[in-house]
Design a protein around this ligand. Structure first.
Ligand code: CP
Ligand code: NVA
Length: 315
């Protein structure tokens, strides 16, 4: 499976799901599900024997860091954790030089940082694949794992309705990209001033026109979740917005995913959250721990999805 797909993926960057076709996203999700099965069956899969991945982090991470490090190891390769507290990028070495140096030493770079432009610049100046492990603008590796999770639980994507409640942030943006590529109907409910970026909405609506899905932005959570197959939320204050946390608690007070809101969704609706979660804020304890919640499947699937990305892109 991976060998057949590799020709079309090899050497490419993974910066946004927007850069991939519906078929390619489907192939990545299928590769991830295949690798998950191999791991469960104890079947070795040293696809990246001897390869190395540099992991640049200028922001915190539990899931993304652990899944990429463990993932490259399971593929037979080696991951180097490069915190900005340790590497020269944290002392002002420019992205262009970091890109050219790492390109001569490692086989791929994963980067988590605030500035999306820095990731684009890193990719532009690198001769090896660059994987976006989250910027303030997008979180595409998360959404590939989410699409995989939806497929595992619902069987397919086409025609499903996903309601995202909360901040129109990086996760919301990548969900708009990914869901509409796959023919899903996505509705985002966010307060005014916190809605997703207009250019992302426009891209999503263009995707939807081609895939048979839709992308709608509303203000009322109840309107978004009506009949939804998936209810998704994320923190009200993302990394880097800590000083706005108190203000945001007021702004988003009506945007909590709780039992009352879930009562408006389809009875079998999945509850999703990229984690980390703030119980009692964007989601209640009973909902995140309830039978509809698949949040830990999502977290686990980061491992399998990231292995698929690495196996397909790295030479
Ligand atoms: N969901 C996610 O990206 O988690 P981490 O911040 O722990 O990597
Ligand atoms: N929107 C959150 C996602 C964390 C995985 C953030 O950027 O902090």
């Amino acid at each position: 499976m991976i060998e057949q797909s590799k020709e079309r993926f090899r050497g490419r960057d993974f910066i946004t799901l927007q850069d991939f076709t519906q078929q390619e996203i489907e192939e990545m999700a299928a590769a991830a599900i295949g690798l998950k099965g191999q791991l469960a069956g104890g079947i070795p899969h040293p696809i990246l024997q001897g390869r190395t991945l540099g992991l640049i982090f200028t922001k915190s991470s539990t899931r993304t860091r652990v899944s990429f490090e463990v993932g490259i190891y399971q593929l037979g390769g080696y991951g180097l954790f490069l915190s900005d507290r340790d590497i020269q990028i944290g002392r002002g070495e420019v992205v262009q030089d970091t890109a050219r140096v790492l390109s001569r030493m490692v086989d791929g770079i994963m980067i988590r940082t605030s500035s999306h432009q820095d990731v684009l610049d890193l990719a532009h100046h690198s001769t090896i694949p660059v994987i976006n492990g989250l910027t303030d603008y997008l979180h595409p590796t998360q959404v590939l794992a989410d699409l995989m999770t939806i497929r595992e639980h619902k069987g397919s994507w086409r025609g499903l309705k996903l309601a995202y409640i909360g901040d129109g942030n990086n996760v919301a943006h990548s969900l708009l990209n990914g869901a509409t590529k796959m023919g899903m109907h996505i509705t985002i409910a966010s307060p005014d001033g916190y809605k997703p970026a207009p250019e992302i909405v426009a891209q999503a609506q263009a995707n939807a026109a081609a895939s048979g899905g839709s992308a709608v932005i509303v203000t009322e959570p109840a309107e978004a979740v009506a009949g939804a197959d998936i209810v998704y939320t994320d923190v009200w204050a993302s990394m880097g917005q800590e000083t706005e946390a108190v203000k945001r608690q007021k702004v988003f007070a009506g945007y909590q995913v709780n039992a009352a809101l879930m009562g408006r969704a389809h009875p079998n609706a999945l509850v999703m959250h990229c984690l980390p979660a703030h119980r009692g804020e964007e989601i209640t304890e009973d909902v995140i721990e309830g039978p509809q919640s698949v949040v830990f499947d999502q977290a686990e699937n980061r491992l399998h999805a990231h292995k698929a990305i690495m196996a397909l892109l790295i030479h």
